[in-house]
Ligand binder design. Structure first.
Ligand code: AMP
Length: 421
């Protein structure tokens, strides 16, 4: 009897693993051009980091965390998202005390106990950025541009940027009160979760997976009526900045995002592809306040976003984008006798050091299986070594496309191979 992977997880094999790594590399390189430095935090943290960091009333914390007690009796949680862990690291390492805006980007697996379906896994990968310090509208615009450009660099075209503002703390409080007043007479029509949210955080009702599409939610008061004049002008500046950069956007007044600490502008980039991804967010983020303080640091605001790598991979497949990376076509070295095999290992080392991908058959005793290996791997050239070649410090180089072969001095091999590329 064999074992199967856990529901909601995936194996990434060969080209898919290469694709995941290339997406990561492109996004990291892109974010570095925006001034973000990589940060890597552990895959698990004290549960409290996420309870306080993501917010007690959120779905992520109440239903989706992989939490367990370790052998020392501590409550540990596999990270469901990156922001809280990054903020914990910033506080612990006192990075907030560095001058200017502190900018970090991360990549890695996240874990959420969600119902697996198209675009939703229990282990998935996110790339994200976080910036800490004085957050101005220009900063919001630059963060959104970083996400937008990152997706564009991966060939994603069918996407829409949705933005909203949930204002500063005062606006948010006023809006919560307005929503509570609106929803309370309709309490019986809400799902059980939303009835709880009504008391704790009525904003969360707007992005409920059950009630989110109902007429009741669609007709709820919009945030605009509760915004302070500062929050309005902040939002106007963000919109102007996006327009100046030519990034199209739509305003979605129901966009509130799943984290409790968001204040100011929030955004999501959704796929508009008709198929599997329709309406699913490729990523999202926004500005948050109070998070660092709640994790024991000073009250420094932050801003960030996270992109879902699996959804990006699906979007690329739906758009039929060419692979970002393909396995290199190797050179194959065939040896005609056991002594030549040792020689082949030495030659392979030297060719690999010169940048070539080299494969050899470790057990063949005749040429035929080594030809087959070369064929199977799509090799263009085969290097053959036998006693005669060893004695004369040469190799036989065979072009598998034309069938031509020539004798090359070992000392000239790298040069000949490079010229023949
Ligand atoms: P969030 O941290 O919830 O704002 O999610 C940011 C992005 O991560 C989403 O827009 C998705 O692209 C991706 N994401 C979130 N949850 C999942 C999941 N369960 N499976 C796959 N991708 C996810």
């Amino acid at each position: 009897m064999g074992y199967q992977k856990i529901k909601g997880t995936q194996d990434f094999i060969g080209e898919r693993a290469l694709s995941l790594a290339s997406i990561r590399d492109r996004l990291v390189a892109g974010a570095e051009r925006f001034g973000y430095l990589p940060i890597m935090t552990p895959l698990f943290e004290a549960t409290e980091v996420f309870v306080r960091g993501v917010g007690e009333g959120t779905d992520v914390v109440t239903k989706e965390m992989y939490t367990f007690e370790d052998k020392g009796g501590r409550s540990i949680t596999l990270r469901p998202e990156g922001t809280a862990a990054v903020v914990r690291a910033v506080v612990e390492n006192k990075l907030y005390a560095l001058p200017g805006l502190k900018k970090y980007c991360y990549f890695g697996p996240m874990f959420r106990y969600e119902r697996p379906q198209a675009g939703r896994f229990r282990e998935f990968h996110q790339f994200g950025v976080e910036a800490f310090g004085e957050i101005t509208p220009a900063c919001d615009v630059d963060v959104i541009a970083c996400a937008w450009e990152g997706l564009k660099s991966l060939g994603i075209t069918d996407m829409v940027l949705k933005i909203n503002t949930i204002g500063d703390f005062a606006s948010r409080e006023a809006y919560s009160a307005a929503l509570r007043e609106y929803f309370t007479p309709h309490e019986a029509e809400l799902c059980e979760d939303c009835r709880n949210r009504l008391a704790k955080n009525p904003l969360r009702i707007l992005d409920c997976k059950v009630d989110g599409d109902s007429a009741l939610v669609r007709n709820a008061p919009a945030i605009a009526s509760s915004l302070s004049s500062e929050a309005k002008s902040y939002f106007a500046e963000v919109k102007d900045g996006l327009t100046a950069l030519g990034i199209p956007f739509v305003i979605d007044p129901t966009l509130v995002r799943g984290l409790d600490y968001y204040t100011g502008c929030v955004f999501e980039i959704q796929s508009t592809h008709e198929d599997a991804l329709k309406g699913l967010a490729l990523g999202g983020g926004g500005k948050y306040s109070g998070l660092m303080k709640s994790l024991g640091g000073p009250d420094v605001p932050g801003i960030g976003y996270a992109l879902g790598i699996e959804r990006i991979m699906t979007a690329r497949e739906l758009l039929a984008r060419p692979a970002l990376a393909t396995p290199a076509r190797p050179l194959v070295i065939a040896s005609l006798d056991p002594a030549s095999r040792t020689h082949a290992l030495v030659l392979a080392r030297d060719l690999r050091a010169a940048g070539f991908t080299v494969e050899l058959d470790y057990s063949a005793t005749s040429l035929k299986p080594q030809f087959r290996l070369a064929e199977r791997l799509g090799a263009q050239r085969l290097i053959i070594i036998g006693e005669a070649e060893r004695d004369s410090a040469t190799v036989t180089l065979k072009d598998l496309t034309t069938g031509m072969q020539e004798t090359v001095r070992e000392a000239d091999l790298v040069k000949t191979l490079r010229e023949g590329k």
